[in-house]
Design a protein around this ligand. Structure first.
Ligand SMILES: O=C(O)CCC(=O)C(=O)O
Ligand SMILES: [Fe+2]
Length: 736
């Protein structure tokens, strides 16, 4: 019978061993396969662990941020220590009660009197620490930990515990005291050193032969490893938690600052969720859009439903979502312009400030500031992403084109690099060219604004661009690898991408040029030149008969009648170009620039013309002249006379002399700072086209009536008062 049981046990053992071996082999194979297939991941993990371990042992903070994290970790450890004191007090209190109770009943004690005394002393000390928490500060935590481990090591000495009970006591300490205490020591290094004390005591006991068994030493060795690992992990967890909470605090501060700033700058601030829907109702936006009906809410409204049309909505989504590629742990911002539509279907130009961030749960959120800019300047200025120019998001063709340029202008590194960013970074030069007017309408560099493409590219370059334009479509941009770009007197071979741009107002195409640094004028340099040459070579076509000469207001009908064909078109081109250049000089939208007057000026050396070349400033004629422009149609120099000189009132001398030539244009402010004269004409005839512009915000009557009829905020009252005043006091010509 017995032998049957034994043999069945043996069979059971063999079966268990075989099955276990199979599972072991399976597990090992899987682990080996996993290790090979994820080797880079494992290498990264190992590197991260090494870094973490080094960081855990090195306590010297390098930056203010690291110092703050360490301080916060110490504060957390102090809390852990206070909890630990309470817990140890309760534990010792219970143990001593049991000992006391057994002593009273004269039952045998399970601990030596020396250990009982040591426990009682420890209890008094911990109870005192609990009663007077101020004794324990963050700086004293390490001292407390050293004393505690010294105490545990001492109680493992031959005077406290028999060799037979040493393993049990060691395990008890590990489970109930040493492991919970690892959160107190500020570095795992200290834990490692302190854990050597009990190991040393037991090692000595085994070494001297006082303790015959090696087991307690082996247990203590495992305890050493365990406490060091636990301490490192606790350090990691605490640091991670503190870093995260500081990061969220910083994000919250950034967010609050941004939000306050947006509230100051904008007419309305709203929050959109990841689907671009409004998170909550916004009374200020409801007032702006005249959607303030009782009971009506904007919460849940799709932001794109507030935009003027589907094309604007598409562009806005593209721009808003563009920030989604940015790092998640930051707050990213951009500004662009679009058109909102109110409930009366009035469209108004709006500057959109977008701040994108992620909630702690990882959800994307957009804080949107909306600023009505129909009659006030944009705040973001040239930093705004122009909503009408969709720059290719990944710019793949551009990236390809740029990589071929090599070190001169290295291309963007990843597929998510926004071309606008690159333009800002100085690698691209963007030129948005108006197809009809053949004028650079928008550019990443102001120096090229208002220029004719032929001024920027060589004849072959222009032919290449013309061919590209014939083929290009909105969806597929065309890459040009060798385009000659004019740099002063020589040409630079650059690569470029040409793309058609959808813009309801102007037919335009965008040229993105991979720009060697020379194409970019240095920041802050005088990018706007007050004298420019419009080299069409046909400016004499602007000359018309005597009838036109006396005309002060710009009369396009008269111009069309007198300047036939090209002359009239050239006149339109010149007007528009000058308007944009003045807008640029005044740093306002072109819609703010109005031509107040112009005339064709004729001088003859025989003295037949009336002008005597008086010293004057143009504003003295009419105070609505804010900016002056003169386009010369004939060439003059010091020999012929007829030059234009500008006066320096400080020095009492002429500061600048401009030599007129056909197509040369000067733009200057019309005030006393620009006193000028035409030098006496000595030879021949002289023709010029002086133009005078007013620069002012148009009175937006829709907005005015909205603000004055239904003012819903102090801002609207102020606006109403301000603009009514402007309206009522405006000169008659302002409404012509
Ligand atoms: O014809 C010019 O060059 C300048 C004319 C001028 O200064 C003016 O008309 O105010
Ligand atoms: Fe003048």
């Amino acid at each position: 019978m017995d032998s049957g049981i034994i043999s069945s046990d043996a069979r059971l053992d063999a079966t268990v061993a075989v099955v276990t071996a199979v599972f072991q082999v399976l597990f090992l194979c899987r682990t080996a396969y996993g290790a090979v297939s994820h080797r880079s991941h494992i290498r990264n993990l190992a590197e991260r662990c090494m870094k973490a371990a080094t960081r855990a042992f090195a306590q010297t903070p390098h930056s203010d941020g690291e110092r703050l994290v360490l301080e916060k970790v110490s504060e957390l450890r102090l809390q852990i220590a206070r909890l630990f004191i309470k817990y140890i007090c309760a534990l010792l209190c219970m143990t001593l009660l049991i000992v006391l109770w057994r002593a009273m009943r004269k039952a045998p004690l399970f601990v030596s009197p020396a250990t009982t005394l040591a426990a009682a002393v420890a209890f008094w000390i911990f109870a005192l620490l609990d009663a007077f928490p101020a004794i324990l500060t963050a700086r004293r935590l390490n001292a407390m930990y050293i004393i505690m481990t010294g105490y545990w090591a001492a109680t493992l000495s031959p005077w406290h515990v028999q060799p037979t009970n040493a393993s049990q006591l060691s395990l008890l300490y590990l489970a109930f005291a040493r492991m919970p205490a690892v959160g107190i020591a500020t570095t795992p290094a200290l834990v490692a050193v302190c854990s050597l004390f009990p190991l040393l005591v037991l090692g000595l006991r085994v070494g001297t032969g006082e303790m015959p068994e090696v087991r307690p030493f082996a247990i203590e060795f495992c305890a050493f490893i365990g406490t060091v690992v636990a301490s490192t992990s606790v350090q990691q967890v605490l640091t991670y938690r503190i870093e995260r909470s500081l990061q969220y605090k910083k994000m919250a501060t950034d967010f609050n600052a941004t939000s306050s700033l947006l509230h100051l700058m904008c007419d309305s601030v709203i929050e959109l969720d990841a689907d671009l829907r409004m998170v909550e109702h916004s009374p200020s936006l409801a007032a702006l859009l005249l959607r303030g009906r009782p009971g009506a809410t904007l919460a849940g409204t799709d932001f794109t439903d507030l935009l003027a049309n589907a094309a604007e909505a598409g562009r806005a989504v593209e721009l808003l979502r563009g920030l989604e590629d940015c790092p998640r742990d930051g707050v990213n911002a951009q500004a662009f312009q679009t058109h909102l539509m109110d409930s009366d279907t009035n469209k108004f130009r709006t500057e959109v400030f977008q701040v994108m961030y992620h909630t702690p749960e990882g959800h994307a959120r957009h804080l949107i500031g909306l600023r009505d800019v129909t009659d006030q300047g944009s705040l973001s200025g040239s930093r705004a992403v122009e909503s009408f120019s969709i720059l290719p998001r990944s710019s793949t063709p551009m990236s390809l084109a740029c990589s071929s340029i090599g070190s001169k202008a290295s291309g963007p590194s990843g597929p998510n690099v926004n071309a606008q960013e690159n333009a800002n970074a100085g690698k691209f030069l963007s030129l948005l060219v108006d197809v009809d007017l053949q004028v650079v309408h928008t550019s990443s560099s102001f120096a090229y604004l208002g220029r004719h493409p032929a001024e920027l590219f060589s004849t072959t370059g222009m032919q290449l661009l013309d061919r590209a334009l014939a083929e290009v479509s909105f969806e597929t941009p065309i890459s040009l690898s060798a385009l000659e770009f004019r740099l002063g007197s020589h040409y630079e071979v650059v690569s470029a991408t040409v793309q058609l741009v959808q813009n309801p107002a102007v037919r335009s195409y965008l040229i993105l040029v991979c720009a060697p640094s020379g194409l970019m004028p240095p920041k802050g340099s005088s990018e706007f030149s007050s004298v420019a040459d419009l080299e069409t070579g046909k400016h004499r076509e602007l000359l018309v008969g005597a009838e036109y000469q006396n005309k002060l207001d710009i009369d396009l009908h008269l111009s069309a009648r007198h300047r036939q064909g090209d002359g009239h078109l050239l006149f339109l081109y010149v007007l528009e170009k000058i308007r944009r250049l003045i807008a640029r000089a005044a740093d306002v939208p072109p819609s703010w620039v109005y031509f107040a007057s112009h005339f064709l000026s004729h001088l003859a050396s025989d003295g037949s013309s009336s002008s005597k070349g008086t010293i004057h400033c143009d504003e003295s004629s009419f105070d609505r002249f804010h900016y002056s422009a003169v386009l010369w149609l004939t060439a003059h120099n010091s020999t012929t006379g007829g030059e234009v000189q500008f006066f320096d009132a400080q020095r009492g001398d002429w500061r600048m002399t401009v030599k007129p030539r056909p197509g040369r244009l000067a733009i200057f402010t019309s005030g006393w700072e620009s006193i000028h004269r035409v030098t006496p004409l000595l030879i021949g005839e002289r023709w010029s086209l002086p133009l005078f512009a007013s620069v002012k915000a148009p009175v937006n009557t829709t907005r005015l009536s909205k603000a004055c009829l239904r003012p819903s905020s102090t801002k609207q009252w102020e606006y109403c008062q301000d603009r009514l005043h402007q309206w009522l006091n405006a000169a008659e010509e302002d409404f012509s």
